[in-house]
Design a protein around this ligand. Structure first.
Ligand code: CMC
Length: 359
């Protein structure tokens, strides 16, 4: 038995490789460096799904097909469903996604790729008492996501920064949400069910729910001079520092630097970045002192928080944007599981009492 399934191999995949010792991420034969900052959401989806969805429109037609799917979801779900705005943004997109009919065909794949863009923007606006903004199918998915969020066309730099984020988080081996998606796909329940399992697993603070609390931490710390005292008392309380540590990486998560580069290219608030860098350095030093036997490094969520904040997303919606990027990976893994995998059904060891023998 392995606690938390650590080191257990549960799938062969052609989709991504995470080398935790070298701090290297490969997606479909390309290093993260080759992809992040050079690839759009649409190109990444085409790359990841290549060979798994034969009827998916070719790359040339994919942006328009996704645009049409966004428009369809806006009309059939956002304008029709009465999802309570008292739910959190992740719960709202989960509820809206559940209204998409299940299936395994190319149409379902397109709707699921488009869904988090439309539902995240609509949920955030509805929660602020604003009317949702209809999609513009002529735009790229990244540009349209930002436009549906703010009502204004984003700059090229902003759309490029969001593309960089979405590509960076598209896939990452057998992380918890991808495993959850593969388990559901292995039962042949359908891709909507598989993606809903992914959203459910992603929501937790130990996985995709970490970046929101990173902002709370930065706001509470306030100034670089306050970092060490604040972090020490958080650890004294038994809290974990969000944005640090990883099951696989024993060195710095390569995605952290991909996102830091995107923040710099965006020209975001330099004071905020300086505070984050000071907090990061203090956290790494304290974690090294307190956990000398466990290398705890910066993970993807630390700079995710800064980048998505700079793009105008509220901290409670960061996980929705993560879902927008990771849906590509969930779908590719679900399709790979359906194509070649058996039902996932591990064993457990019963350690409870046995029935008493009849006298
Ligand atoms: N702050 C303080 N201590 C930590 C942290 C942290 N962020 N991460 C791990 N530790 C400690 C933990 O307390 C334990 O100490 P001890 O052995 O003395 O009890 C030791 O390090 C090992 O922890 P673990 O829980 O066995 O490690 P894991 O591989 O199960 O956990 C993790 C990985 C990501 C859940 C964990 O590092 C964590 O909780 N990090 C904070 C949340 C976070 O940033 N999550 C995003 C992960 S990256 C995005 C993704 O891929 O989902």
């Amino acid at each position: 038995m392995s606690d938390g399934l650590e080191d257990v191999v549960a799938a062969h995949t052609v989709l991504s490789e995470v080398d935790g010792a070298a701090g290297r991420l490969v997606m479909r034969g390309h290093s993260l460096d080759e992809l992040a900052g050079h690839t759009s959401f649409e190109e990444m989806a085409a790359l990841m799904l290549d060979g798994f969805v034969p009827d998916l429109p070719a790359m040339k037609e994919l942006p328009a097909a996704l645009g049409a799917a966004r428009q369809d979801l806006f009309e059939t779900v956002v304008q029709k469903a009465a999802v309570p705005v008292t739910l959190g943004p992740v719960e709202m997109i989960r509820a809206m996604t559940a209204l998409i009919p299940d299936g395994e065909d190319a149409g379902t794949v397109l709707r699921l790729l488009a869904a988090p863009a439309v539902f995240t923007a609509a949920s955030l606006r509805l929660r602020q008492g604003l009317a949702p903004v209809a999609p513009d199918p002529a735009l790229s998915q990244a540009a349209d996501t930002l436009r549906m969020l703010t009502g204004k066309a984003p700059t090229k730099q902003q759309a490029a920064a969001l593309d960089t984020y979405l590509v960076t988080v598209a896939d990452h081996g057998l992380n918890a949400s991808t495993f959850a998606s593969r388990v559901v796909a292995s039962t042949r329940a359908g891709l909507v069910s598989a993606v809903l399992a992914g959203i459910g697993a992603l929501k937790g603070p130990l996985h995709g729910g970490a970046p929101g609390p990173v902002i709370e931490m930065l706001d509470a710390i306030g100034t670089p001079a306050n970092a060490r005292t604040w972090l020490e008392s958080a650890l004294d309380r038994g809290d974990r520092l969000m944005g640090f540590g990883h099951r696989i990486y024993r060195v710095r998560d390569p995605r952290a630097d991909a996102l830091k580069g995107a923040i710099r290219r965006l020209g975001a608030d330099s004071g905020r970045l300086a505070l984050a860098e000071a907090v990061e350095q203090a956290a790494l030093a304290i974690l090294r002192e307190r956990k000398p036997n466990r290398t705890l490094e910066t993970n993807v969520e630390f700079y995710t928080a800064l980048l998505l904040e700079a793009l105008g997303f509220t901290p409670d919606s960061f996980t929705c944007v993560f879902a927008l990027g990771r849906t590509t990976g969930w779908l590719a893994h679900a399709k790979e599981q359906i194509a070649g995998g058996r039902l996932i059904r591990p064993q457990s060891v019963y350690v409870g009492p046995q029935p008493r023998q009849a006298a």
